[in-house]
Design a binder for this molecule. Structure first.
Ligand code: HEC
Ligand code: HEC
Ligand code: HEC
Ligand code: HEC
Ligand code: HEC
Ligand code: HEC
Ligand code: HEC
Length: 389
């Protein structure tokens, strides 16, 4: 009897725990549903046609994509990368897709398919392959700078390395959503499993504008309303808030996360997401991924209260990439400049401020190994610390 009672107690405790736990999970699910109320990028086009169409050419849109028709595999699939004369990785097209295939002493050893491309390919593409619910990087990446393949940054260079896990962290900056088991709230569960089918490729409208479910619902019901409702208005945000809306992805990726950045909304402070954001003064700043801190370290930023990312960039700008256009932004604040005679003799001085004041610099975090070379190749990006170099 006593034993039965104890068993009953144990069972009922378990039952209560199970109920509590499942409710816990349920509420978190519900919270997600109401908190995010995502409409999806496809709904925006009905009312924002031009912006939606031009956005298809923006790198954010293509920051990750499925490798389906080999658009992201630019150079012939007959390429072979030699680690040494007995160990090679070939890129081969097969019936079920394109693969990176390891050959050891001429015999096939391992083959993994290109499933996902990460990056829009502006400077580089890196690729990943699903194994069950785990995504792993492929050993070879493509670099435009050399118009060719090289060993993926950060991977072992002596032999092909298929081990590196691409977790949700990569995808928090390169996609719009993926469901993962990864603990991001201090809990002890450590898992890199992700729900493949939940991946929303690319960075969509609502990552920068916040969940727009209510906005869409309202404007569908009220087609005559010309003022944006239920939408964060960038023009009403402070400079700090506007810069943070980019900084959630442009302040570096080594900082410890407090929670998933998928839930970030414009207007929020990135300090609610990052345990530590390296400041503009810290010397370790890198041209890769830390555009925010580099810019904040410039006199143009500290001595003006208007300079921000969107002074020079907008994902909705059709005119991208011309150094002359960027230089016009400089001149809008610097109408008269005290250049010495020697500087004035340089032909660029009127039309290209960028190459002197925002020079290309090698990243400290990324470099890549080309086959048969003893030194690594630098990965060049713009320095966002605008200064006299
Ligand atoms: C049924 C029509 C409709 C749909 C669908 C819609 N919007 Fe809007 N949106 C409007 C109207 C109307 C305005 C106000 C006029 C304007 O700025 O174009 C607006 C304005 C905006 C603004 C500008 C706010 C500002 O700074 O002035 C943003 C940003 C925006 N919408 C984002 C979105 C996104 C993202 C989606 C898709 C998830 C979306 N909208 C879907 C009707 C719509
Ligand atoms: C969700 C993360 C995320 C947010 C938010 C974000 N970016 Fe980006 N941004 C990226 C990633 C990832 C890339 C690299 C895309 C690629 O080439 O694969 C990128 C690339 C860029 C580029 C390079 C464009 C080019 O043509 O080379 C610019 C400029 C840029 N972002 C500006 C901004 C600005 C300005 C904001 C804020 C209004 C912003 N980003 C917000 C993730 C983000
Ligand atoms: C904190 C945000 C962030 C994280 C996390 C992140 N990236 Fe990026 N990534 C960027 C930004 C911003 C750029 C573009 C500019 C630059 O290099 O600074 C970029 C550029 C790239 C590019 C070059 C894209 C192009 O069009 O040239 C590749 C490839 C890439 N990232 C792969 C990865 C992989 C793989 C991971 C995970 C191991 C990762 N990134 C994690 C923000 C991020
Ligand atoms: C990388 C971040 C980013 C992404 C992605 C993005 N936007 Fe924007 N959008 C901005 C910023 C920043 C502004 C404000 C620009 C400014 O103030 O100069 C803006 C402005 C707007 C405006 C108002 C400006 C105008 O000219 O009417 C609309 C509408 C808009 N976005 C809709 C969209 C839609 C629709 C998508 C997806 C197809 C989208 N945005 C994707 C950052 C983004
Ligand atoms: C929003 C206005 C604004 C824009 C846009 C701007 N700057 Fe500046 N810049 C300033 C201010 C303000 C200062 C500080 C002047 C002072 O100290 O008297 C400054 C300082 C500088 C300096 C001196 C830096 C030093 O360390 O002494 C250089 C060089 C410079 N800017 C170049 C540029 C270039 C090149 C661009 C375009 C890529 C640019 N600026 C865009 C406002 C701006
Ligand atoms: C004064 C103008 C200016 C401002 C402000 C500015 N950028 Fe840039 N940015 C540039 C120029 C110029 C380039 C190089 C474009 C090119 O080479 O085609 C660039 C390139 C980039 C790239 C591509 C990486 C690379 O090195 O080519 C990213 C990402 C980027 N900017 C993000 C940002 C973010 C985020 C902010 C705000 C923190 C910002 N930028 C503020 C002028 C600016
Ligand atoms: C050939 C390289 C070069 C080019 C191109 C160039 N600068 Fe400079 N800039 C310098 C140097 C070097 C200095 C330091 C003074 C000197 O030696 O002339 C300087 C100084 C400055 C200063 C600080 C002096 C002051 O007037 O406060 C500003 C601002 C500036 N440049 C802005 C620009 C702008 C804007 C452009 C484009 C219209 C530009 N520069 C083009 C090299 C260049």
């Amino acid at each position: 009897m006593k034993r039965k009672g104890r068993l009953l107690l144990v069972f009922s405790t378990i039952a209560i725990l199970v109920i509590l736990f499942s409710q816990c999970m349920d509420t978190s699910k519900n919270m997600k549903a109401t908190e995010t109320s995502i409409a999806g990028a496809k709904t925006c086009v009905q009312c924002h046609k031009d912006i939606s169409n031009s956005y298809l050419n923006d790198v954010h849109y293509a920051a990750s994509s499925p490798v389906e028709n080999n658009n992201q595999i630019k150079l012939g699939t007959d390429y072979v990368y030699e680690y040494d004369k007995n160990l090679k990785v070939a890129i081969e097209k097969r019936d079920s897709g394109t693969y990176q295939v390891v050959y050891f002493n001429g015999k096939e050893d391992l083959a993994k398919r290109f499933d996902i491309a990460i990056g829009a390919g502006k400077n580089a593409y890196t690729y990943a392959s699903w194994r069950g619910n785990i995504l792993r990087q492929l050993p070879l990446s493509f670099f435009n700078q050399i118009n060719g393949w090289a060993n993926s940054p950060g991977l072992r260079t002596s032999s092909p390395d298929f081990g590196r896990i691409i977790d949700s962290r990569c995808l928090e900056c390169h996609s719009s959503f993926i469901e993962s088991n990864k603990a991001n709230n201090g809990s002890l569960i450590v898992s890199h499993e992700m729900l493949k089918s939940s991946l929303v490729y690319g960075i969509d409208c609502e990552r920068c504008h916040g969940p727009a479910g209510k906005h869409v619902e309202f404007h569908l019901k009220n087609p005559d309303e010309k003022e944006a409702k239920f939408m964060v208005l960038y023009k009403t945000l402070t400079r700090k808030q506007r810069v943070d809306a980019c900084g959630i992805c442009h302040s570096g990726n080594d900082a410890e996360l407090l929670k998933s950045t998928f839930s970030f909304k414009p207007g929020e402070d990135i300090k609610q997401y990052y345990a530590h954001v390296s400041s503009a003064q810290e010397s370790q700043l890198d041209v890769h991924g830390q555009q925010n801190q580099m810019l904040e370290a410039s006199k143009c930023f500290t001595k003006s209260n208007s300079l921000e990312c969107s002074t020079c960039h907008s994902p909705h700008d059709q005119n991208k990439g011309s150094l002359t256009l960027y230089s016009k932004k400089c001149i809008s604040c610097h109408a008269t400049i005290k250049h010495t005679q020697k500087t004035l003799e340089n032909a660029m001085v009127k039309t290209n401020c960028i190459d002197c004041h925002m020079p290309l610099k090698p990243s400290k975090a990324i470099s890549f190994q080309q086959a048969g070379m003893s030194d690594v190749s630098p990965y060049m990006l713009r320095s966002h610390r605008i200064a006299i170099y």
